[in-house]
Design a protein around this ligand. Structure first.
Ligand SMILES: [Zn+2]
Length: 180
């Protein structure tokens, strides 16, 4: 599921209804600076987040987006506390709806995504997908490597620095997307 390289940024928000009508296929990147929650949850983001989105209708005429995305991030190794690279991939099928009620009526193979008003905040919902697919814990696959290897620049991580706990972010996300 590799996504062809494209350096064009995706639109920040779209009217999903129109893109469904046009059966639009969007491929592009999400600028790092627009992903504040992801930045807070990882050590760093390497390169661009790439996403591929196809808008259309399924056989039951639901408005759907079939998408995938991938990005590379550095997480903190839970053994040596140094950065470890992780590839995050996600595949998803959204059912675009305009209310929670409509979302609850969707078949289970569609994840409800609510467009609030005229525009869907694409960056926000894509960032949700990345956060949901971040590994819970990260370790260097083999032995933890000497720390010097990672400190090639000025960028030293102060031990006292408080980071937002990624699990907290995940719990909030999972809690809010649960259907009651
Ligand atoms: Zn390690």
């Amino acid at each position: 599921m590799s996504i062809p390289p494209s350096t064009a940024a995706l639109p920040k928000s779209v009217d999903a209804r129109k893109l469904v009508q046009r059966e639009q296929h969007l491929v592009g990147i999400l600028p790092q600076e627009s992903l504040e929650r992801l930045c807070a949850a990882v050590e760093s983001i390497d390169g661009n987040v790439r996403a591929d989105l196809e808008f259309g209708r399924d056989l039951q005429r639901h408005q759907v987006v079939s998408g995938k995305l991938n990005c590379s991030v550095q997480l903190q190794c839970q053994r040596c506390l140094q950065p470890v690279a992780e590839e995050v991939r996600a595949e998803f099928r959204w059912g675009i709806v305009w209310s929670e009620e409509q979302g609850n009526a969707l078949p289970r193979d569609l994840d409800p995504v609510i467009q609030d008003g005229d525009e869907l905040n694409l960056y926000q919902v894509l960032e949700d997908e990345i956060l949901l697919n971040l590994p819970m814990v990260a370790y260097h696959e083999e032995e933890c490597i000497a720390r010097d290897r990672f400190h090639c620049g000025e960028e030293t991580d102060e031990a006292g620095e408080q980071r937002e706990n990624p699990f907290k972010v995940l719990e909030q996300l999972k809690g809010s997307s649960n259907k009651s």
